[in-house]
Design a protein around this ligand. Structure first.
Ligand code: NAI
Ligand code: MG
Length: 494
């Protein structure tokens, strides 16, 4: 491996807030419990964070309920909700560099990627701030002498459970539509990455959100998360994470019949036709799999390459992979930081072993990087992969791509769709007919033609099949944060 590894950083101290944020107050967990959070580049503990108990969840739900039912949140004008959100976006923008560094430190993403995330966060909050006073009902031409109209009202107290790969961006995707529609929020950040969102709660306080509108609990999924999922005072759960966790949440939320929306994993087919611009497709496919060390639900992890160019394509991809600069995430030169945790590192290396055992050809990578310090994995390419191998069917969530060869387009499409997932898909070709044919028939919530990972706050994002339920971003997300009420008025005779 020729990539240069920069030295691990000096230990970084964290001196910000680590408590629970309930009803605009910072408090310890009711049992005083905490958990450690790490810098994944070194494995060193950077802070101890309050671990919310079910009792704390209950306190947060009560605060959120009060803000909604009795408090100011349901009474303020919609445009004023929007103003508060614009204020929050401005404050995030003024503190963007600090937030980007904190996010990188805790999550392992490169400082460059982290700055990109912050742009997305600001855009998302502003986009939904603009929606706050544009959520309209309809007048409906009913039979009889009546006037019927619809009102779109908040779902209520929404529980939002987010993962560690894009902590602040996932928070923004969930806060944005929830706040615009007038809901109140109880959020749980991922246990791996609690820090940046704590800082944003400070900014929300500064922006002037009333008590109880935004509550943040940190903690484990099985304890804090489950207490949210089963709490009768939470009306909806919005979740991003693993498919199996979503299935468990569905079962656990059934008792209180909560609304649920899910954004889950993927094994996205990235298809390369021989008539593409090869260098552009190599660069795009490289970004598709290695962006954020493959820790992306949309990662282009199944790389279908037309057989006539496969050898050349794989050679060019491997050449780039070998040159990737892996290192400390806060180093400006770094292109790939550490994976988020020991658990993820073990999972990825386990799949590399399995891939070799099942007969795939390891072209490059496959090893732990940085001499065993921190959670680094080399960019990895497997060739000669068969559809039924574990590395072709399972979400690895790391920098590992499986190259699958094809000759016939119809057969390729059938194979591309032969997965439990349906989050994203891409095609590289200069032939417009092929591009639209694929876009129409591939089963995925997002399709990219000659590009990859283009996600914008204005466009709906979500999954077919086991990749999710509902949509985030765009106008589509508003449907999941409103209830529709029909009002019918008997009209007096003139
Ligand atoms: P996970 O699904 O366990 O965790 C995601 C969030 O759900 C975290 O906040 C966690 O605390 C919470 N959670 C976990 N169990 C819960 C429960 N029983 N009730 C309520 N909340 C619960 O995912 P994890 O363990 O972090 O990662 C495992 C795999 O999941 C990854 O390797 C990857 O394949 C996939 N994943 C997919 C993501 C995506 O963007 N779609 C994001 C993160 C993980
Ligand atoms: Mg888990």
């Amino acid at each position: 491996m020729t990539a240069t590894l920069s030295a691990p950083p000096a230990a970084t101290k964290f001196s910000g807030k680590t408590k629970l944020f309930i009803n605009n107050e910072w408090c310890d967990a009711s049992d005083g419990g905490t958990f450690d959070t790490y810098n994944p580049a070194t494995g060193e503990v950077i802070a101890q964070v309050a671990h919310a108990t079910p009792h704390d969840v209950d306190l947060a739900v009560k605060a959120a309920r009060k803000a909604l039912d009795k408090g100011p949140w349901s009474r303020i004008d919609a445009c004023d909700r929007g103003k508060l959100m614009f204020k929050l976006a401005d404050l995030i923008e003024s503190n963007a560099e600090e937030l980007a560094r904190l996010e990188a430190l805790n999550c392992g993403k490169t400082i460059t990627d982290s700055r990109g995330d912050l742009n997305g966060v600001i855009n998302t909050i502003r986009y939904y701030a603009g929606w706050a006073d544009k959520i309209e009902g309809k007048t409906v031409p009913v039979r009889g002498n009546f006037l019927s109209y619809t009102l779109r009202q908040p779902v209520g107290v929404v529980g939002q459970i987010i993962p560690w790969n894009f902590p602040l961006l996932m928070a923004a995707w969930k806060w944005g539509p929830a706040l615009a529609c007038g809901n109140t929020i109880v959020m749980k950040a991922a246990e791996q990455t609690p820090l940046s969102i704590l800082r944003v709660c400070e900014l929300a306080l500064e922006a002037g959100f009333p008590p109880g509108v935004i509550n943040l609990l940190n903690g484990m999924g099985e304890t804090t998360g489950d207490a949210m999922v089963t709490h009768p005072g939470i009306d909806k759960i919005a979740f991003t994470g693993h498919v199996d966790t979503a299935k468990l949440i569905t079962r656990r939320a059934a008792e209180t019949l909560k609304r649920t929306t899910f954004e889950l994993g993927g094994k996205s087919p990235n298809v390369i036709f021989a008539d593409c611009d090869i260098d552009q497709a190599v660069a795009g496919s490289f970004h598709a799999i290695y962006f954020h060390g493959g820790q992306c639900c949309t990662a282009g992890s199944r790389l279908f390459v037309e057989e006539s160019i496969r050898e050349e394509f794989v050679a060019k991809l491997a050449e780039k992979a070998k040159k990737r600069r892996i290192g400390n995430q806060l180093d400006e030169q770094t292109e790939q930081g550490p994976q988020v945790s020991q658990e993820q590192l073990d999972k990825i290396l386990g799949y590399v072993e399995l891939g070799q055992k099942q007969g795939a050809k390891l072209v490059t990578g496959g090893k732990r990087g940085n001499d065993g310090k921190g959670f680094f994995v080399e960019p990895t390419i497997f060739d000669n992969v068969k559809d039924e191998m574990a590395i072709a069917t399972d979400e690895i969530f790391g920098p590992v791509v499986s190259v699958l060869s094809f000759k016939d387009a119809d057969e390729m499409l059938e194979r591309a769709n032969n997965t439990q997932y349906g989050l994203a898909a891409a095609i590289w070709t200069k032939n417009i007919d092929k591009a639209h044919w694929y876009a129409k028939h591939v089963k995925a919530g997002t399709v990219w033609v000659n590009c990859y990972h283009i996600v914008d706050t204005t466009t709906p994002f979500g999954g077919f099949k086991n990749s999710g339920q509902g949509r985030e971003n765009g106008e589509a997300a508003l449907d999941h944060y409103t209830e529709t009420k029909t009002v019918t008025v008997a009209l007096a005779k003139a």
